[in-house]
Design a binder for this molecule. Structure first.
Ligand code: SAM
Ligand code: SF4
Length: 455
């Protein structure tokens, strides 16, 4: 990486995991606003439905965890929480147009598999009382292999799940012990082979930058994963934010690897995965060549929501259930309270538990499409996008902060190539895709928010 480029572009810019970024969500967004946004979602695209369930509980908390996870609650609370999820479904689905179809159902956490598979199935079936699914709709769940027996893996298959994300993080026992994570109950090779035999797609999550990890030890874990042939593999960079999660301070005491060692872990993992035939999607996802995410990337049809990457086929507006869940609708984002007691109480009273959100005006809705297209696909073809959004190209550009002089500067620095019809990130430029996206974002012209740096 050229030093001068790093100096110029390694400045705070939004990560654009959503547009507008989550630090724009405000607490004036009310239950009533959420209700209105659900109603409006029937009139706009995408028409497909995507449902997210957040199950926040974990048997043991991993010291590194940055997810919305809570210590295991009493059985009674878990039952009340599950009942509340059903109540929330009952408040949302009568508002959705009956002809719409389900493209995706995702269970995340926390540890969603603390609910028995039959209980998870009941939640899915509740949705199916009203909607059909598209062919090969994705029913996915995040799994902690430390607690799952062969019987449970089989039961998840019987419950209808067709994609499981295994939270591996690392195979190295020393690393897992240091971060307070229980290793897999069954050998991972057996799990993957069982799931593949059952026709279930397998994702694996890895985490680099943890204490006791080295470039070599992490490479050994990735090589072992490659031998198992998961369908997708994600290498998350450990986000150290002890001011949000104090438990992470324990990892500082155990000794976090230096920044350079951490980058080498990623570089080596990436090289090994690419040599084994995996294709990078975004910075941290690796998929097989035949994966629909890779095809979508090649066709400029890749999308992303809070649950991860998806294709145009599986893209839906997201309706989230449970604490901290974020609904991503055509005109708004709405996030539920973090407080489990308040959530249960609100549902009992037939009220939503919205704590904050954001309503997007037309200009922001258009900018969201532009930024998402560039962030996921590293390319914008203005004509294609204008056709999809049903507006003239000139108007589309005007709605954003498009400015030729600014683009020329990126081009002179070798980050993009562009003409009137398209913008494309160069291989060297992809690291700074956030900077180019920010240059198209009118909100960034007068922003008072703080953001992280790209590198
Ligand atoms: C909700 S968690 C996984 C579900 C399940 N509870 C498990 O642990 O297997 C989703 C993923 O987020 C990643 N993750 C958790 N904390 C992180 C952090 N501080 N920085 C980066 N990634 C993190 C982990 O790789 C984890 O598998
Ligand atoms: S990584 Fe998974 S199991 Fe560990 S605390 Fe976070 S959500 Fe819970």
């Amino acid at each position: 990486m050229r030093e001068d480029l790093l100096k110029k572009y390694n400045v705070p810019v939004p990560r654009y995991t959503s547009y507008p970024p989550a630090n724009y969500f405000g607490n004036t967004f009310s239950e009533e606003d959420y209700r209105e946004a659900i109603d409006l979602s029937n009139q706009s695209k995408p028409e497909h439905l995507s449902f997210y369930f957040h199950i926040p509980f974990c048997r043991h908390l991993c010291h590194y965890c940055g997810c919305n996870s809570y210590p295991m609650a009493k059985q009674e609370i878990i039952e009340q929480y599950t009942a509340a999820l059903h109540q929330e479904i009952e408040m949302v689905i009568p508002r959705l147009a009956p002809g719409r179809k389900i493209a995706q159902i995702h269970f995340g956490g926390g540890t969603p598999t603390i609910l028995p598979p039959a209980e998870l199935q009941r939640l899915v079936e509740h949705l199916l009382t009203r909607f059909e699914m598209i062919p090969e709709a994705e029913i996915a769940i995040e799994c902690h292999p430390g607690y799952l027996t062969e019987e449970t893996w089989m039961a998840l298959h019987k419950a209808g799940f067709n994609r499981l994300s295994l939270g591996i993080q690392d195979f190295n026992r020393e690393v897992l012990k240091t971060v307070n994570r229980r290793p897999s109950l069954m050998p991972e090779e057996e799990i993957v082979s069982l799931l593949h035999t059952l026709g279930i797609r397998v994702n694996m999550d890895f985490l680099y930058g943890l204490p006791r990890q080295t470039e070599q030890s992490f490479a050994a874990s990735i090589e072992r994963a490659i031998r198992m042939s998961p369908d997708r593999l994600v290498t998350f960079s450990y986000a150290h934010v002890p001011w949000v999660n104090k438990r992470q301070l324990i990892l500082e005491k155990a000794g976090l690897p230096a920044g350079e060692e951490k980058s080498r872990m990623y570089e080596t993992a990436r090289r090994l995965l690419c040599e084994a035939g995996y294709q990078p999607v975004g910075l941290d996802h690796f998929v097989r060549k035949e994966d629909e995410l890779y095809t979508a990337l090649q066709n400029g049809q890749l999308h992303r929501n809070f649950q991860g990457y998806c294709t145009r086929r599986t893209t839906g507006q997201v309706y989230a259930f449970g604490v901290t869940g974020i609904s991503q609708l055509s005109t708004a984002y709405a996030q539920n309270t973090k407080d489990i007691d308040i959530y249960i109480e609100q549902m009992k009273n037939g009220r939503f538990a919205t704590i904050k959100g954001y309503s997007l005006n037309r200009q922001e809705q258009i900018t969201r499409e532009v930024i998402e297209t560039l962030m996921c696909n590293y390319t914008i073809y203005w004509n294609d996008l204008a056709e999809r959004l049903d507006i003239p190209v000139a108007d589309l550009k005007k709605e954003t902060a498009y400015e030729k002089g600014r683009l020329q500067e990126f081009a002179d620095d070798g980050l993009i190539e562009y003409d009137d019809a398209h913008i494309r990130m160069t291989p060297e430029g992809t690291l700074f895709v956030r900077n180019v996206a920010a240059s198209l974002d009118r909100l960034m012209l007068h922003s008072d928010k703080s953001f992280s740096k790209p590198v």
